[in-house]
Design a protein around this ligand. Structure first.
Ligand code: GLY
Length: 373
């Protein structure tokens, strides 16, 4: 928004150190893309999203933008610099030599596309065709950071081809009951194949030297292997959450709040074997409070568990959606100052407060929070 003239420094190693500079998404022109192999399994048969595609209703875009802008003002009021991506025309047909698709998606949530680690900002491969070109919205910012911070590293993971070979056939919601789906997820039978590395940045949580990555619908094992080979100074840990029938992005499932403390979705508990790693390093994993809502808002991809998709500003301060009163109460009891943010009508655009932001700078350096590997 240009109100800060502080020098640009790209530096962020974790989810909780004091936030200094962040990107917040923009709702302009956001579309519901036509169905594609990656999205079909995620949309339940009774969802109001099914069969719908095209630009989102303009009044919902305007309202989401108001809420996003209000959130920006709150962050800026706390001395945090905020930048915004540049939308392109998402309501156009896109193609590569391998496929065409009816529309793109939008330019929020930024958390899905960009992974900041230290001085590096990495464009994820992405795993949906409709989101293949989304990085273009962030290029003006990345170009600027690169010119303003001599240490900044702009990296991009190899663009995937996303042919039909990247997805399992017959993985449609209508053919699979929820019980069957839970059984498949427990067996790590996900919609994506191992044809090529795939990951969305929102499947990665940063714990300094350790990266915790969800293996699921949007990130495959080759994607996790690529991250291991790329971040050679880090330790990359694959996790999975068998109770989630649609494992897409880790941040409504597992939310680190400060060193030693994580809230975990009680319907998607980390398996004991994977939990042991956190426990032997004195991390406590507590069940997140229940969501305040029984249903997501209309035309929403996500579950009610966006309640736990909070943005930590520092180890004492956290932004929580204002109607998520149970989550706010739990965080208050855990010793946080809770900043309520009206944001529910942004949920349909792809997520809550963590999703709709991505770090540029947090104070602090890379620490080892898991000496007992
Ligand atoms: N994976 C996001 C959600 O729970 O809806």
């Amino acid at each position: 928004m240009g109100v800060f003239s502080t020098p640009t420094i790209v530096n962020s190693w974790n989810e909780w150190d004091p936030l200094k500079h962040v990107i917040v998404g923009v709702a302009d022109g956001c579309c519901i893309p036509p169905a594609e192999p990656a999205s079909e399994p995620k949309i339940p048969v009774d969802s109001d999203m099914r069969g719908r595609h095209g630009p989102r209703p303009p009044e919902t875009v305007a309202h989401a933008n108001e809420l996003l802008n209000d959130f920006v003002r709150i962050l800026e009021g706390r001395g945090i610099r905020v930048d915004r991506p540049t939308p392109i025309d998402f309501n156009q047909k896109i193609s590569t030599p391998d496929w065409t698709h009816g529309t793109m998606f939008g330019c929020t949530p930024p958390r899905d596309v960009l992974l900041t680690l230290g001085s590096e900002m990495l464009e994820a491969t992405m795993s949906y065709r409709s989101r293949w070109f989304e990085y273009l919205c962030y290029r003006p910012l990345l170009k600027r950071y690169c010119s303003e911070d001599p240490n900044m590293r702009h990296e991009a993971a190899p663009k995937p081809r996303l042919t039909d070979r990247s997805y399992k056939p017959d993985y449609l919601s209508e053919n699979i009951t929820i019980e069957e789906r839970l059984d498949m997820v427990a067996r790590k039978d996900f919609v994506t194949t191992e044809e090529e590395p795939l990951f969305d940045a929102a499947d990665v949580l940063r714990f300094g030297k350790d990266l915790v990555v969800q293996h699921g619908f949007t990130t495959n094992l080759l994607g996790i292997d690529w991250l291991k080979r790329h971040f050679t100074d880090h330790r990359v840990h694959a996790v999975n959450f068998p109770g989630d029938p649609y494992p897409i992005h880790i941040d409504a499932t597992f939310t680190p709040l400060r060193p030693g403390l994580i809230i975990n979705n009680p319907e998607r508990r980390l398996p004991d074997q994977q939990r042991a790693f956190f426990h032997r390093n004195d991390w406590e994993i507590v069940d997140a409070a229940p969501p305040a809502h029984n249903e997501p808002p209309p035309l929403c991809y996500s579950s009610v568990w966006l309640s736990m998709n909070v943005l930590v500003l520092d180890q004492q301060t956290v932004c929580v959606e204002e109607t998520e009163v149970y989550q706010a109460e739990q965080l208050d009891k855990l010793g946080f100052e809770v900043i309520p943010i009206p944001f529910r009508e942004v949920y349909p655009f792809g997520g809550a407060l963590h999703c709709n932001t991505t770090d540029v700078c947090r104070e602090g350096d890379c620490q080892d929070y898991f000496p007992n590997q």
